[in-house]
Design a binder for this molecule. Sequence first.
Ligand code: 89Y
Length: 346
Amino acid sequence: MATGAIRIGVIGCGFYAQNHLHAWKELAAEGAQLAAVCDIDAGKAEAAGRAFGVPSYADAAIMFASERLDAVDIVTRHDTHRALCELAIARGVATIVQKPFAPSWDDCVAIVEAAEKAGVWLAVHENFRFQTPMRHIRRVIDSGAIGTPNWARIAFRTGFDVYRTQPYFYDEERLAIADVGIHMLDLARYFLGEVERISCETQRRNPKVKAEDTATMLLRHTSGAVSVVECTYEARRDPDPFPQTLVEIEGDKGSIVVRPGLRMRVTSHGKATEEDIGSPLRSWTSQPWHVAQEGAFVACSHFLDCLKRGVPAETSGRDNLRTYALVDAAYRAAAEHRAIVPAQWG
Ligand code: 89Y
């Protein structure tokens, strides 16, 4: 890839994109250069352009024609992802796209195929696995302290008003699994490996919401491990851990238990230790969102490092198809009342 700074255009300047914009700005020290911003809402684009001192556009095609970009970070709603990815790929611009990858499996596959055919680097901004607490857990697994992981529970249970900042949630055709369950399923892969089959029960506990707001999933991993993967926006808990993911993993030599407040207790060969694995606050992050915001920062930092080294991202388009297949399989499992084998590609 480029030898100088990596010039990045951000498409989408809404609520979540602010985290990406701050991340790229902070990563200037590592060789990222936020070069331009774009949003179909010209007001949002101009505000971001002013705040971050870069040119702004209301049309992505014009941004591509006017700017020399090494990479684009697409932080729009998923129904726009395929067209925007195809636009970037056709211009040979390395592409990062926010999760969920696209509205359908066929769209995701088409994007991956287009990128591979054109030889364009493609990554999905699937960020929960990049959160500091999740990286800590993975380090403990890799250290061998709990032996071979054979059971896990991965849970995102909150009653935090996510509808205030993401009001489109009310009308989504697919909600809890597609929005946040996708992160939990990606973490299940990250901690326990690939999945052989999945079953799922969904609930709609909030009558104002069109789709499911709660899902309870059961996964059999190819290693033989089993995981229970849960997500809900309708838990009434005190403390409410939003947006923390709580994890329990058992192995043949010990266990890892992460409780609200992100305290991790590791039992290894009969001896228990405890540590704080909370995310640090950055100058632009704030409680309680900092856990998720910092995950977005670490993800961007990972993508930058991969772009500089010319290697695929951990969450490349090809890799993310496996997470997306689990999302699709979970919806099918819930609809058909049976365990489903996730689709495979390539
Ligand atoms: O959209 C979701 C995500 O990806 O992280 C947290 C969130 O904003 C609400 O659950």
